[in-house]
Design a protein around this ligand. Structure first.
Ligand SMILES: C[S@@+](CC[C@H](N)C(=O)[O-])C[C@H]1O[C@@H](n2cnc3c(N)ncnc32)[C@H](O)[C@@H]1O
Length: 164
């Protein structure tokens, strides 16, 4: 278990972080994260000492300048030599083989769907999705995942794990 209070700011609580790590640990090889922001979940996953590809457009987000967010991400993750930031939209990213893909990017229905389609091209064993819940923009995320999967194999808070 990693204490989330030691991680950069972002959206991930302790039970969600524990679930994400637990299922990532069932896999091997490179991990892909779509949606990294300032590096909270990236720092968590990077602790597994596997290659971590962080795909994020690092555009302006929630009233903050994309350039500033990206700088903060680089600063927050500079201690992890296993992180490879890829600054582009998930839709434009060239997928790589990965057993574990974590999606926490565009929370619209279409954006989530596009991220799932991209994740499937990595041939993962599991896809994790954040903000899988019944209110607000979580509903878009949920509807998109529900188009591909009957149900999550595990869930904690707003984190859901899907098995291929
Ligand atoms: C909720 S934040 C990610 C939070 C992060 N996982 C954490 O633990 O703090 C969503 C991120 O997705 C990125 N994003 C939004 N749309 C995207 C897209 N189409 N492709 C790639 N990244 C996207 C935003 O730039 C933002 O940094």
């Amino acid at each position: 278990m990693i204490d989330i209070n030691t991680l950069p700011e972002g959206w991930l609580d302790q039970e969600e972080a524990d679930l994400l790590l637990k299922w990532a640990e069932k896999t091997k090889g490179p991990i892909v994260e779509i949606g990294s922001y300032k590096g909270r979940s990236a720092a968590l996953l990077a602790g597994l000492n596997r290659w971590l590809i962080c795909v994020d457009s690092w555009q302006d987000y929630e009233g903050q300048k994309g350039e500033e967010i990206y700088k903060t991400f680089l600063e927050n993750t500079k201690g992890y030599l296993n992180i490879e930031p890829v600054r582009c939209r998930a839709e434009d990213w060239q997928p790589v083989e990965s057993e574990f893909v974590y999606i926490d990017g565009d929370h619209s229905f279409e954006g989530t769907k596009a991220a799932i389609e991209k994740a499937l091209q990595c041939h993962p064993k599991y896809i994790a999705g954040h903000d899988y819940y019944r209110t607000s923009d979580g509903l878009n995320v949920m509807k998109a995942f529900d188009q591909f999967f009957a149900r999550p194999v595990a869930q904690a808070g707003k984190m859901a794990i899907f098995q291929l």
